[in-house]
Write a new protein. Sequence first.
Length: 202
Amino acid sequence: MNAGVLTDTYVFGALLGKGSSGDVYEAAPKSSCDNESPPTDFPYAVKVIPYSVPGRKDDDEKMKNKNLLNDRTAIANELAIMQHLQCDTTYVVRLVEVHETADTLYIVMERARGGDLLSTIAALPTLSEALVKDLFRQLLEAVQYLHRMGIAHRDLKLSNILCDHNLDTLAEGEEPRLQVKLADFGISCHLDSPTAVVKTVI
């Protein structure tokens, strides 16, 4: 990853995941770090989205095999959708800031401490009926919020459903608290009306 534009502000950690349009890395503000030791807390996630260049071999293969191209219009669409959804970040990751270079866009977001939903569920010894019902309620409310805002996500899966949780501080017998956050709006789209139908195939 070439993150020169951000290295004066953030320290980058491990790769968190790969999205439909770019890779996501954990990050910590330099102001919170000791110069002699690496950070122990990474409160942010940075999505690194490279702009595709027609004629470049890897990008031509991507377009041919996946029918997707990280052109500036598509990336601007993802960013615009994230900004549009920031009026309520209960179920959507919070956007912190955006940086752009000639060939890459960097989107700095809050980090969901629990990772994706699959990782969170795997870390639990059991799933109570009450917890499953609450997770399902949150997912329905999250999708309802997107649709109320005129957004179709189009890529809902476990890796794009993130979780904040309190698993590290649970007392014995205490029910965990999970907060769902939707992420990766790389192939989402804005609908002009409540009855509009998405006609593109992905």
